[in-house]
Design a protein. Structure first.
Length: 116
């Protein structure tokens, strides 16, 4: 199983970006895929997740109302639409999905930099 994250970049505060996470190597859609982020000097934190079968989408309080997670079942891809970006959203963003054996698969990370 591989996760390919993309879509990061440099944006001014108030701007938008859309991240993508393609999940490959599975015969079926994962149960859940999540986005996490890690800012310099900080621990990795949860951002949002989506349950593929039901579309349930929990969010971290810091991003509620600004970020939207969605999935395309046909493409096995999860998106994170980020709007009204703030400097504190600057981080490396990772996607993650669990395996049936209990460990996690992580994408390689994509850098998001928000300037003032």
């Amino acid at each position: 199983v591989q996760l390919q994250a993309s879509g990061g970049g440099y944006v001014q505060a108030g701007g938008s970006l859309r991240l993508s996470c393609e999940v490959s190597g599975r015969s079926s859609s994962p149960f859940v895929t999540g986005w996490f982020r890690q800012a310099p000097g900080k621990e990795r934190e949860f951002v949002a997740a989506i349950i593929w079968s039901t579309g349930v989408t929990p969010y971290a309080d810091a991003v509620k109302g600004r970020f939207t997670i969605s999935r395309d079942n046909a493409k096995n891809t999860v998106y994170l639409q980020m709007s009204s970006l703030k400097q504190e959203d600057t981080a490396v963003y990772y996607c993650k999905t669990p395996s049936v054996l209990g460990f996690d698969y992580w994408g390689q990370g994509t850098q998001v930099t928000v300037s003032s």
